[in-house]
Design a protein around this ligand. Structure first.
Ligand code: NAP
Ligand code: COA
Length: 265
C-alpha cells in the first residue's frame, strides 16, 4: 500500500497503538505529524518516524487545549500542505468503580477522549484535503459494551462514536470520509497494562475473546491503512471493531475477573 507524499496527522500518536499506526503510514511513504503532551515521547516518536525517511514532525500539546491543537495543525499544513489522513487517538483510562470516581476524574477522561476528538476534528476541518481526506477516530468496544470499572471510558468513547457518525454525515458531501476503529485488547500497550494489570485478569480476558488471544498493534495498523485507502472509498460513518470478537461476548468475563482479583479502589 502506498501513501507516498501524503500528509498524515496523528493526535496522541507518540506511543502504543497510535504510534504503531503513525509508523505504518510512514513506512508507506507518508509525511507524519504527531501530537501528545510529553515532550520526551514526542521526540522519541519523531525519531522512530524519521527512520522511514519520509518526513516527521512533532508537537508537545494537550488535545484539551484547542488553540494548541489548531496551531500544530496549521504548522503541519504550512509545511506540507493539506491533510490527507487525520487520526484522533489521544485517550486516558484506568479502572475505577463509578461510585468511587471523582467528578474531576470522569471529566478528565471525557475531556481527553471526547472533547479532545472534537477539538482535533474541528481544528483540522479547514485543513483537510477536499475531496479525498479521511478521518479515523480511535474508539473502543466499551462505547457500546457497558463495562464495569470504566464508566468514564464507556461514556467518552460512546461520544466519540457519535462524533464519527455525525461528522461523516456532514462532511461526506465534501468528499471527506469519517470512520472509527475500535481495537479490542491489544498486547504490550499502556491500555492493557492499566485494564488487565494482573495475570489472572489478563487470562480471564483472553478466555473471553473468541479468537483466544490479545491482538497486536500491527493488526490495528494494517486495518487503519486499508480503511484510509481508496480500497475503502465507499465506507464512511462506520465504527469498525478489530477485537478478535471480544465485543460479541460482552464484558461479564472481564468484570468477574477484576472482582475475583480483589477489585479496584
Ligand atoms: P497509550 O500508549 O497511552 O496512547 C495514548 C496516547 O495519547 C499517548 O501518545 C499519549 O501521550 C496521548 N495522550 C494522552 N492524553 C493526551 C492529551 N490530553 N493530549 C494529547 N495527547 C494525549 O495507550 P494505548 O493503549 O496505545 O491506546 C491508544 C488508543 O487506543 C486510545 O484511544 C485507546 O482508547 C485505544 N484503545 C486501546 C486499547 C488497548 O488494548 N490498548 C483497546 C481499545 C482502544 P502523552 O502521555 O504524551 O500525552
Ligand atoms: N483512579 C481514579 N481516579 C484517578 C486515577 C485512577 N487510577 N487516576 C487519576 N485519577 C483522578 C485524579 O485523582 C483526579 O481527580 P481529583 O482531582 O478528584 O483527585 C483526576 O483523575 C484527574 O487527574 P490528573 O492526574 O490531574 O489528570 P491528567 O489530566 O493529568 O491525566 C489521566 C489524565 C488521569 C487519564 C491519566 O491517567 C493519563 O494521562 N492517561 C493517559 C494514558 C492512558 O491512560 N493510556 C491508556 C489509554 S486506553
Amino acid at each position: 500500500m502506498s501513501y507516498q507524499g501524503k500528509v498524515v496527522f496523528v493526535a496522541g500518536g507518540t506511543s502504543g497503538i497510535n504510534l504503531g499506526m503513525a509508523e505504518a503510514f510512514a513506512a508507506c511513504g507518508a509525511r507524519v505529524g504527531v501530537l501528545s503532551r510529553s515532550e520526551k515521547k514526542v521526540e522519541s516518536a519523531v525519531a522512530a518516524l524519521n527512520v522511514h525517511g519520509s518526513g516527521a514532525m512533532g508537537f508537545a500539546s494537550d488535545v484539551r487545549d484547542y488553540e494548541a491543537v489548531a496551531s500544530a495543525l496549521s504548522r503541519t499544513v504550512d509545511t506540507w500542505g493539506p491533510i490527507d489522513v487525520l487520526i484522533s487517538g489521544a485517550a486516558g483510562n484506568f479502572l475505577s468503580l463509578a461510585s468511587q470516581l471523582s467528578p474531576n476524574a470522569f471529566k478528565a477522561v471525557i475531556d481527553i477522549d471526547l472533547l479532545g476528538t472534537f477539538n482535533v476534528l474541528r481544528a483540522a476541518y479547514q485543513h483537510l484535503r477536499k475531496p479525498g481526506a479521511v478521518v479515523l477516530n480511535v474508539t473502543a468496544p466499551q462505547a457500546w459494551i457497558p463495562t464495569a470499572f470504566q464508566v468514564h471510558a464507556c461514556a467518552a468513547k460512546a461520544g466519540v462514536d457519535q462524533v464519527t457518525r455525525t461528522c461523516a454525515l456532514e462532511w461526506g458531501p465534501e468528499g471527506v470520509r469519517v470512520n472509527a476503529i475500535a481495537p479490542g485488547p491489544i498486547a504490550d500497550t499502556e491500555g492493557m497494562r492499566r485494564l488487565a494489570p494482573d495475570p489472572a485478569i489478563a487470562n480471564a480476558l483472553i478466555a473471553s475473546v473468541p479468537c483466544r488471544r490479545y491482538g497486536r498493534v500491527d493488526e490495528i495498523a494494517r486495518v487503519a491503512l486499508w480503511l484510509c485507502s481508496s480500497d475503502a472509498s465507499y465506507i464512511t460513518g462506520v465504527v469498525l471493531p478489530v477485537d478478535g470478537g471480544w465485543s460479541l461476548a460482552g464484558s461479564a468475563g472481564l468484570t468477574q475477573a477484576v472482582v475475583t482479583a480483589g477489585g479496584v479502589g
